[in-house]
Design a protein around this ligand. Sequence first.
Ligand code: NAX
Length: 329
Amino acid sequence: MKTPITVTVTGAAGQIAYSLLFRIGSGSMFGPEQPVNLRLLEIEPAMNALQGVVMELRDAAFPLINDIVATCDPAEGFKGANWCILVGSVPRKAGMERKDLLGINGKVFVGQGKAIAANAAPDVRVFVVGNPCNTNSLIAKASAAGIPENRFFAMTRLDENRAKSQLADKAGVHVTDVTNLAIWGNHSSTQYPDFTHAKINGKPVTEVITDTEWLQNDFITTVQQRGAAIIKARGASSAASAASAAVDTVRSLVTPTPEGDWYSVAVCSDGSYGIEKGLMFSFPIRTKADGSWEIVQGLNIDAFSKEKIAATEAELKEERDAVRELGIL
Ligand code: NAX
């Protein structure tokens, strides 16, 4: 058994965490030999519910859970954290403008960024799931003085998994036959699920699925609108699939990527593909043998893709400008 690592999960009494924490406990995220100290952060009104989750985590008797701390104090919650998985976020309520939501959550992520910088382990990595996740991550990054920008991430893996599942269904293959699926940009309805570089059993998707009209229209909108379709069907937003995508993301970040493939996660743009430096933008990413990650370079971006990527970049700039106007950045 290895030395335990410390993992902080915020929004720990919420519905995504209710799946996620048990997947962490079972070893799906960090592997079957990696014990974890869990630090669960919530807001005060949710502390009772969180105690119930802690009772269930204890009742699951996971060999890999070394210690559990439940708290509503961010300094306590992020103490010694090697990984911070920021799931907690205030949801959009009826009548609330997008800007209101950016303002409310912006303040939360300023506080959490500062608390992470002051309390987490020197090797901390910060992975934001709570929406608007790209911009929340941007705010946390800007507020966490001293933590390198390449340690911040935001989740677009659920979008990647949704896109792979749509392509597999259309082609009549298993989802694992679909590779090289990049989500570009924002985790929102402007995201671009890039079918032009995706492969099915090693062949370009465009050779296997010749229905270009479907690829350029229905496929993209189905992926972009999938979250809304789940809410309509289930009466609640995606939770278990989101937790599963969070597990996939962290596993991909800590495991060298198979030769030739890539995965999607939002990272701090270094200007690759002309995306403005500093934006938290989803790119095709590879994890190298030494555990660091890189943006896959040299992909040919056709005119159709360029337009889609520009639209999602414009939205991320708008979000960034809105939080700047609110004085958050
Ligand atoms: P829930 O409303 O079930 O849970 C959120 C929890 O966060 C609540 O228990 C709340 O008390 C807590 N919380 C709020 N502010 C907090 C703070 N300052 N510190 C600590 N905890 C705080 O939402 P859930 O369904 O779990 O979704 C969580 C977030 O994930 C939402 O923002 C949601 O929009 C986002 N999602 C992101 C996805 C992605 O792909 N990036 C997909 C799924 C999901 O929509």
